[in-house]
Structure formats: C-alpha cells, structure tokens
Design a protein around this ligand. Structure first.
Ligand SMILES: Nc1nc2c(c(=O)[nH]1)N[C@H]1C(S)=C(S)[C@@H](COP(=O)(O)OP(=O)(O)OC[C@H]3O[C@@H](n4cnc5c(=O)[nH]c(N)nc54)[C@H](O)[C@@H]3O)O[C@H]1N2
Ligand SMILES: Nc1nc2c(c(=O)[nH]1)N[C@H]1C(S)=C(S)[C@@H](COP(=O)(O)OP(=O)(O)OC[C@H]3O[C@@H](n4cnc5c(=O)[nH]c(N)nc54)[C@H](O)[C@@H]3O)O[C@H]1N2
Ligand code: SF4
Ligand SMILES: [Mo]
Length: 732
C-alpha cells in the first residue's frame, strides 16, 4: 500500500465545500491553503474526528443482525446475488450509491454494477440532491459543473442572487466569500421562505411562497427586459433562443408575479436593478429552488435570467449551483447514475459504450442500458418484475428518501439487502448483510468539490481492525462472482483507470494525478492529458470563457412555464411544509447524531412555525406536536419563530420524520422528487415535555450562536416580521 498517499493534510468528510483540514492524533485543524475554507471550518468539521473512534462504529460484518466473519458475510451476499440473478435475470439485483463516496469508489461502483452484476439498475442519492441543476446546466451550457468558476470569484462580485440556499448553515465558511464581496461594496440578494441566517446577511430578501421560484425568475426576467438590462450584444454573440424566451415572459408582469410568489414588486425591481447594473454579477441556486417537481425548469429560468444579463462565461460573473455532498460533483461524473458512464458520458451513446468497454476489457454489447432513477428504483423494490436484491453504499434512504414510509416498506420486501456503512444507520439496521467500511481519514482517494476542483483525500489515520474500504468490499463480492481481477483495491490503480475511462469525455480527468493535486492544491476538470502547447494541461477553472460546451459553442435559452406545486394546500392540509438542514447535523444524521457535541447542539427533530400560526393553533414553544400530511405523519417539538412565513412549516430531515410526509412527485427531466413542498397540517399533541422545553432552549441558543458566528445582526432577525408580513399576501 506504499503507493497510497499518506499524511495529515486531507479534507472534511461532509459537505461539498470540502474544507481542507489536517488530521493528526485524533485532532482536526483547518488548512489555510485550500481557497474554499482558507482556515475556516464549521462545527461539523471541527468535530469530524470524533466518529473515527466512536463506540458506535461498526467493526465487524453482520449477517442477519449477528456478527459474522468477512468470508461468511461476503459469501452469503454473493450466493444470494447468484441465486436471485439465476431466477430473475441480471436486473433483479440493484445498486444504490452515494455522493459521499470518493471518485474511485463511485467509479468502481458503476463498473461493478455493469460488469460484475451486469445490471442496468443503478442510481444514487445525488438524484435527490443536484440533479435538477445538473439537467438545467447540461441543457443550457452542454456541461454541468456546480460552479463553473473558482469560489474566490464570488468575493469580487458586485451583486449576487442566491435562490434557495442557506449557506450560513450548510457551508459556513462559504460566508467568508460573501462577506468579502459585501466588504467590497457587492450586494447580496437571498430568495428563501425563511429569514435564515443567510437571508439575515442579505441586502435584499425575497421571501417567496414555497414552490414559486419559477414564477419569480420569469418575473425578474420580464423586468430585466422591460428595463433595458438585456445584454443584446452578448446574447447575439454567445447564445441562441433569446427571442422565444423574451416572448414567453411577456405575460409575467410584476403584479402578477407578486400575487403568485408573495414577493413585493418593489423588491423584484430592486433585485433586477442590483443585478442589471453590477459590472460583475452572479446567480446561484441551492436545493430550495431545485428540489421540486419543476426544479429543472426553475433552474432553467434562473439560467435564462443570467444569460439575458450576459453573465455566464464572463470572468467574475456567472451562474452556478451550490452543490451538496462531499463528492456531490465527482459522484455525478463517473457512472453511478442510471444513464451514465464515466467522464459524464451517456450510457446510450454507442461511441461512449465502445470507449468505456475497451477500458474495462469487456464487449460493449454486454454493457446494460440506462436504468431507473433513484426514487423509481426504490419504489420498484420487491414488486413483481422489480429488483429482488439491493446493494447500498453511502446512503440512508429510510430517513432521507421521499415518502420514506413507503420506501421502508419496499426495502422490507427484498430477498436480499446488503448495506456497506460505517455505522448502523436506520437502513443498515434492516439489512441482511452489513459490511463495515473505512472512513474518510482512514482511506485515500479523490473528491471533487463544488467548484469542480479535484482534491486529494489522504490517509491520515489507521482504520480499526475489522473494517475494509469500499473498494475492498466491491472486490470481495466481485471475486466471489468470478470477476475479482477487474476490481483492484488500491485507490491509485483505480484512479488511473478512471483517468483513462474519462479521457475524451465531458468530465475529462486524464491529465490529473495524485501528485499534481498535492502540488497544486487541486486541479479543475476538464483536464485532458495535454494542453494546447503540448505540455501538461493546466486544468480549467473557468470552462466557458471562450465558448460553451454545446455543439455550436453557444449557450441555449429555453422557454419554460410556471406551474403550481404538485400538491396544493387545501382545507384539510392548509400549510406548506418545507424541509432542509440545520448547522449541526449532516443529511440523514447517521453520522452527526453519533457525535455528542453535535447532538447536544441540536438534540431532536422539530418543526418551525410562525408565532401567529402558533397562537391560532394554541401551540407553545416546546410543545410536542403532530405534523400530518397525505402520506404520513411525524411527532416532533414546536419551535416558534418570526423568521418563517405564517403559511409555511419547516422541518429538518436529519431525523426520521419529515420524509414520511414528503411528496415523491418527480421532475420529468431530472427525476428530482418534490422534497421542498407538500401540504400538511399540525396539532398540539401533549403538554410540553421537560426534555422538549430544554431542547427548544438549547436549539434557540445554538441558533443564536450561528447568528453570531456568521456576523448576523440580531436586529435583522428581529426585523424579519415586517418582511414576513409583506411577503404573505397571496391570491388564490
Ligand atoms: N449543516 C449541513 N450542511 C450541509 C448538509 C447538511 O445536511 N447539513 N448537506 C449538504 C448537502 S448534500 C446539500 S444538498 C446542501 C444543501 O444546501 P442548501 O440548499 O443551502 O440547504 P437546504 O436547507 O436544503 O435548503 C436551503 C433553503 O431552501 C429554503 N427553501 C425551502 N423551500 C423553498 C422554496 O420553495 N424556494 C426557495 N427559494 N427556498 C426554499 C429553505 O428554507 C432553506 O433555507 O448542504 C450541504 N451542507
Ligand atoms: N425532506 C428532505 N429530504 C432530503 C433532502 C431535503 O432537503 N429534504 N435532501 C436530499 C439530499 S440533497 C441528499 S444529498 C440526500 C442525502 O441523504 P442520504 O443519502 O441518506 O445521505 P447520508 O445521510 O449522508 O447517508 C450516507 C450514509 O452512508 C454512510 N457513509 C458515509 N460515508 C461513506 C462511505 O465513504 N462509504 C460508505 N459505504 N458509506 C458511507 C453514512 O454513515 C450514512 O449512513 O437526502 C435527500 N433527502
Ligand atoms: S462547511 Fe462542509 S466541508 Fe467545511 S467543515 Fe463544514 S461540513 Fe465540513
Ligand atoms: Mo444533497
């Protein structure tokens, strides 16, 4: 294993900011050399090493809940896979991956599905994350890279609109880039139904009704055209489709948009003025705008606005998606997506199949075609004709999938569930076979951050005895299926193969090596083997400066229409329920709920509601309430806050609960579920429990600490009531 890089300098296990950190002796310290965090870390990063030595860590395989040897566990899994495939065919075994896996593991998982299992049925949790932004960027620019510019460009912008992102809680060190921008006179516009810590930093907050960003973007575009901010020279030189889009927004006059979105006309005008007059402007989207059954069109509408203003492909300006998981970017490039082969190639493209099959040493005709998207796949488990077995790496769908009660039922109907994880997640607890794997600091590999910068995860600690890497697990199963020779366990060997497989693709990694990443603090893809001068390619920090990645080099404006949410509120379920994140927890909470300091900061699930609504329903802060929807219900603690619209409830999804209610209505293009809005009601359940009150107080204190940490003026939050009041008028 001498070829695997070691050393304390690595990156955080959690989000896509991939903050640089040193890990030594169980202690974490931030790195200064990584531009994304430049010396900063959030609370999750600071405490990330605690899970390495946690007693809750899995260190032995489990077979039907009992400790087993690796040989027993892998042998059982392989024998069952063979039996299921003999009876019901290759597609009867499905694979589900995750955006937290290294590039090497994600690549190997896709190859494992297509070559060792020969199944079409593979998808991953990134479908729940950035798929709408990816689809919209692909459609407009011919390429999807979260931020198609270095994150440090943000600090030099003169105006930035962030739609549906709460970076002060989801990527706290990101705030330093926004602060730098504001210190330089730049203005921040935030679109969110809540006065989040991020919205509280903003110069202008557009407090939209959940699910109406598409109408808002159409309205902003209408105003931009009407007020003469369209950059006609740029549109003519670098884009196509402007006329059709301009005509399509003609009917979205500001008063109509105010009625649909709840955003006052004056605020829309101000947003357009700030963006239209800024020499350098940016438009960014987060999950709040994207996780809808119309997410792709919503992002397209924001991209149309950015293109109309002449932003993408101009240094210092642009459109970007603030991606999510640690390897959310790389995880969507190397083939764990149902329709994809490595290098962001399409699995139904004959040339792509031929290239990848030659790297894999298999016949292109033996490669399966596209499979189903994440929710469709989960929904089909154990049904007649659906998969009978599932191998799951790096996701906890019992907590995080939409309509989770139903998904849990489907998982329970499987003949075989195999889960590779570090802890006994809610999903692992259901598995026939649980395989304990190494964690970030115990393994080497590469991660691609939200900028498209490929980073090196070094091995900085020894794994406990008994655990194996994801690559070793895949090798162990493949070996028992007779294909072990095709699945090496050394990350560098896998990366070198990935480089060849990606060569010539959109996400070309062929010129990237572990040495270069270490020497250059990351390399931006695309990075072919050689540059224009015949020497090593420098990597591509800003891929659209000269041309877009479309066939004709032009960006495409695509007309889109607003439509209502998939499940409108009514008398029985009169409130919009939205969901998202809090600072202290990560995703399904499988990792962070096991870190004592984080659990203390945010100990239990809650629902946030407005004081007016609480008063109307007789709910006091700290009460236990039942939140009910058409698909399920969830009990949690009430938090009363003027920072939310009175028609909206917010629940974090870090605990089992909110996803029992969420709506699996899918976006037709990206297959993203409508996580961000469904209809719900709530009622007081019991008198306040002692722990509930204590929890609410602790939560409030933690919230205040967040505010302080990101420099939120308390007055801004207190003043939120006005904005809430202004933002609630809404015609039916
Ligand atoms: N602390 C923490 N940080 C994380 C993660 C985590 O779990 N915890 N996860 C990582 C991952 S995978 C991701 S994807 C990112 C997500 O990062 P973000 O997108 O910033 O996170 P969310 O909290 O899901 O959603 C952002 C905001 O959308 C708002 N919102 C809800 N509905 C709507 C709507 O209809 N329109 C608009 N405009 N806004 C709406 C919510 O109020 C919320 O404040 O965070 C990453 N970082
Ligand atoms: N209601 C609602 N639901 C949502 C969202 C929302 O905003 N609202 N957001 C969605 C989004 S954006 C996302 S990204 C998903 C995320 O939801 P999940 O897919 O459930 O993500 P995690 O909780 O990160 O699950 C990762 C699991 O893999 C394990 N793990 C971590 N690293 C590794 C590794 O290297 N190898 C292996 N084998 N296992 C590992 C962890 O312990 C954990 O159990 O949730 C989605 N669900
Ligand atoms: S912002 Fe993201 S990458 Fe940085 S320390 Fe926090 S969780 Fe880790
Ligand atoms: Mo995500």
């Amino acid at each position: 294993m001498s070829r695997v890089p070691e050393g304390p300098a690595t990156h955080c296990p959690y989000c896509a900011l991939q903050c640089g950190m040193n890990v030594a002796g169980g202690e974490v310290t931030p790195r200064e050399d990584i531009p994304a965090n430049a010396g900063g870390l959030c609370q999750k990063g600071w405490t990330s090493a605690e899970l390495l030595a946690s007693p809750e860590r899995l260190t032995t395989p489990l077979l039907r809940g009992r400790p087993a040897t690796w040989d027993e566990a892998l042998g059982f899994a392989a024998a069952r896979i063979r039996a299921v495939q003999e009876e019901d065919g290759h597609d009867a075994v499905a694979v589900f991956g995750g955006g937290g896996l290294t590039n090497e593991a994600a690549y190997q998982l896709g190859k494992f599905a297509r070559v060792a299992l020969r199944t079409a049925q593979i998808d991953y949790n990134g479908r729940f994350c950035m798929s709408s932004a990816a689809a919209a960027s692909g459609r407009a620019f011919g390429m999807d890279r979260g931020l198609p510019f270095p994150i440090t460009d943000i600090g030099r912008a003169d105006a930035l609109l962030l739609a549906g992102g709460n970076v002060a809680e989801t990527m706290p060190p990101f705030v330093r880039h926004l602060t730098r921008m504001r210190d330089g006179g730049g203005r921040l516009i935030v679109v969110d139904p809540r006065v989040t810590p991020t919205a509280a930093l903003a110069d202008l907050h557009l407090q939209v009704t959940p699910g109406t960003d598409l109408a808002l973007a159409l309205g902003l575009l209408h105003l931009a055209v009407a007020e003469g901010y369209a950059d006609l020279g740029y549109l003519a030189a670098r884009t196509s489709g402007f006329e059709a889009v301009r005509d399509s927004v003609a009917a979205w006059w500001p008063e109509r948009v105010e009625r649909v979105t709840g955003v006052p006309v004056a605020r829309m005008r101000e947003a357009v003025r700030l963006l239209g007059t800024a020499p350098r402007a940016m438009i960014l989207t987060g999950r709040g705008a994207e996780q809808h059954a119309k997410g792709t069109d919503t992002v397209t509408a924001f991209v149309n606005l950015a293109l109309t203003l002449g932003l993408p492909g101009r240094e210092g300006s642009g459109y970007g998606c603030v991606t999510g998981q640690g390897n959310g970017q790389g995880g969507r490039e190397h083939g764990q997506k149902a329709d994809q082969l490595p290098g962001y190639r399409k699995i139904d493209d004959p040339a792509a199949r031929a290239h990848v099959a030659s790297v894999w040493g298999v016949d292109p005709d033996d490669l399966p075609g596209p499979g189903q998207s994440a929710y469709e796949l989960l929904d089909a488990l154990g049904t007649p004709g659906g998969p009978k077995a599932l191998l799951l790496f790096g996701s906890n769908p019992v907590v995080s999938a939409p309509r989770a009660g139903h998904v849990t039922e489907r998982l329970g109907a499987l003949d075989l569930l195999v889960v590779a994880d570090l802890v006994l997640s809610e999903t692992a607890a259901m598995a026939d076979v649980v395989l304990p794997v190494t964690q970030w600091a115990e393994e080497a590999g590469t991660m691609t951050n939200l900028e498209g910068r490929v980073l090196l995860r070094r091995r900085a600690a020894d794994p406990p005895p008994g655990v194996r890497s994801d690559l070793a697990v895949l090798h162990g199963i493949a070996d028992r299926l007779g294909r072990g020779d095709l699945f090496p366990t050394d990350p560098r060997t896998v990366f070198d193969e990935l480089r060849r497989a990606s060569e010539g693709g959109i996400a070309d990694y062929s010129g990237i090596t572990y040495e270069r990443i270490a020497a250059e603090t990351g390399v931006f893809w695309p990075c072919p083997r050689t540059g224009e001068d015949g020497g090593p390619h420098p990597g591509t920090p800003r891929p659209f400066l000269d041309r877009f990645a479309t066939a004709d080099g032009r960006a495409r404006l695509v007309p889109v229409e607003h439509r209502p949410v998939a499940e409108e509120i009514d008398e029985e379920f009169p409130f919009y329920l939205t969901s998202g994140r809090v600072l202290a927890h990560y995703q399904s909470g499988a990792q962070t709920r096991r870190v004592p300091a984080l659990n203390a900061a945010s100990p239990e699930p809650f629902v946030e509601l407005h004081p007016d609504l609480a008063e109307r329903l007789g709910i006091e802060p700290g009460d236990t309430v039942l939140v009910r929807g058409r698909r399920g219900s969830s009990e949690c603690v009430a938090r009363v806050s003027a920072a939310i619209r009175p028609d909206t409830l917010f629940m974090p999804f870090h605990w089992e609960g909110v996803n029992r209610l969420t709506n699996p209505a899918l976006d037709p293009v990206s297959k993203m579920p409508e996580f961000k809005v469904c209809a719900a009601t709530l009622e007081r359940r019991t008198p306040p429990r002692a722990t509930a009150v204590a929890g609410a107080v602790a939560g409030a204190v933690a919230g205040a600490a967040v505010g302080a940490a990101v420099g939120v003026a308390v007055g801004a939050v207190a003043g939120a009531g006005n904005i809430v009041a202004a933002g609630t008028e809404r015609a039916r």
